[in-house]
Design a protein around this ligand. Structure first.
Ligand SMILES: [Zn+2]
Ligand SMILES: [Zn+2]
Length: 366
């Protein structure tokens, strides 16, 4: 069938809205009518060239939609089911999956980063040539075909534009707080960066029972939004940051510092803000090649722990429905995270707003 999709032909170019050809789902695949797609920095890494990927590619990896057709053998989904897309599909059987680390599943990595389905072929074509699917999802399109493993079924009574955020920013942020950092009741938490991931970390820390949540950003607008999402105190990124954090933590530093930017300078700063014995969790997805210098003598002498958090250490099949339940129950605020809605045709405007820091989250509504 013919569909409309955002296409990136090479780094540095704007996204183009094109009519492209979408083949029907093959065995083990699902045709999804997209409802909403979040605007996320990882797509932008394709534009800057920081993420190397076969081109042309249809971006978009934070999405929700409705099942429209099932490929052969898919017997645990039905047409009409609401789903959230998972950009790290897991096999359930590999070394990592059986150790409850499906976010690190090693079975599908090659296909996903090749931008194809799991059998190594593409379902999208443009002018007769293969068109690749970012993360195997190609969510920035009216419809997409994805592996069954990339679909997480959710309840049918929540808004799909809110559910879409669960597929990347919210899973990454809430998961970083509760699964990676293991924030516990009474803990003090510093959150560096108050975009979609940072606001989700704040909400995760709140859910985990943190006693003090300090939010830091370079923009006043963002730290005031952070207060709305549960930060107890907000601070601009300044040279006095260490003194301010110590002031709020009896002079020691925070139990947890979570970084939601993916920038070396911010990560280095995170280490000094944590108390001796504290934990630094790096949740921002830094571009490949990013290197960060930590004073290792202090890591040893002060027993600080540095953790990486990929996709919030979540198990999407288990955690996406849980996060949606928390949203439905009023314990997780997704509605207010959406700063602005855009049409597919406004995709370049949406990413420009994101880069300029105007959005907690922008959502393309299809
Ligand atoms: Zn993302
Ligand atoms: Zn696996």
């Amino acid at each position: 069938m013919k569909i409309k999709a955002a296409v990136l032909t090479e780094p540095g170019k704007p996204f183009a809205i094109e009519q492209v050809e979408l083949d029907p789902p093959r065995a083990g695949e699902v045709l999804v009518k997209m409802a909403a797609v979040g605007v996320c920095h990882s797509d932008w890494h394709l534009v800057t060239g920081a993420t190397k990927h076969p081109m042309p590619v249809v971006p978009g990896h934070e999405g929700a939609g409705i099942v429209e057709a099932l490929g052969e053998g898919v017997d645990d989904l039905a047409v009409g089911d609401h789903i959230v897309l998972n950009w790290a599909p897991a096999c359930g059987r590999c070394f990592y999956c059986v150790r409850d680390k499906p976010n690190l599943c090693e079975t599908y990595t090659k296909a996903i980063w090749a931008g194809t389905m799991l059998d190594g072929t593409t379902r999208l074509r443009w002018s007769g040539q293969p068109l690749y699917s970012y993360c195997g999802l190609a969510a920035l399109a009216e419809r997409t075909v994805v592996p069954r493993q990339s679909c997480v079924k959710i309840r049918g009574d929540v808004k799909l534009e809110a559910a879409a955020l669960v597929g990347c920013a919210v899973a990454t942020g809430v998961g970083a707080a509760i699964h990676t950092a293991h924030v516990r009741p009474g803990d003090s938490v510093v959150v560096l960066g108050c975009g979609g991931v940072g606001l989700s970390i704040i909400q995760g820390a709140r859910l985990a029972g943190a006693a003090k949540i300090m939010a830091v950003d370079t923009q006043w607008e963002k730290i005031w939004v952070a207060r709305h999402f549960g930060a107890d105190s907000v601070t601009m990124w300044t040279d006095d940051l260490l003194a301010i954090v110590r002031h709020h933590t009896d002079g020691r530093g925070a139990d947890h510092v979570l970084e939601a930017i993916g920038a070396a300078g911010v990560q280095e700063r995170a280490l000094e803000l944590a108390r001796p014995g504290g934990t630094i969790t790096l949740a921002g997805l830094a571009p490949m090649g990013t290197a960060t210098n930590f004073p290792s003598a202090l890591v040893t002498r002060q027993e600080k722990t540095i953790k990486g958090s990929y996709y919030g250490s979540v198990n999407p099949m288990r955690d996406f429905p849980m996060l949606i339940d928390l949203y439905r129950g009023g314990r997780l605020n997704l509605d207010d995270m959406i700063t602005r809605r855009y049409s597919l045709e406004q995709v370049n405007e949406a990413y420009r707003d994101m880069v300029e820091g105007k959005l907690a989250r922008g959502v393309i509504v299809l």
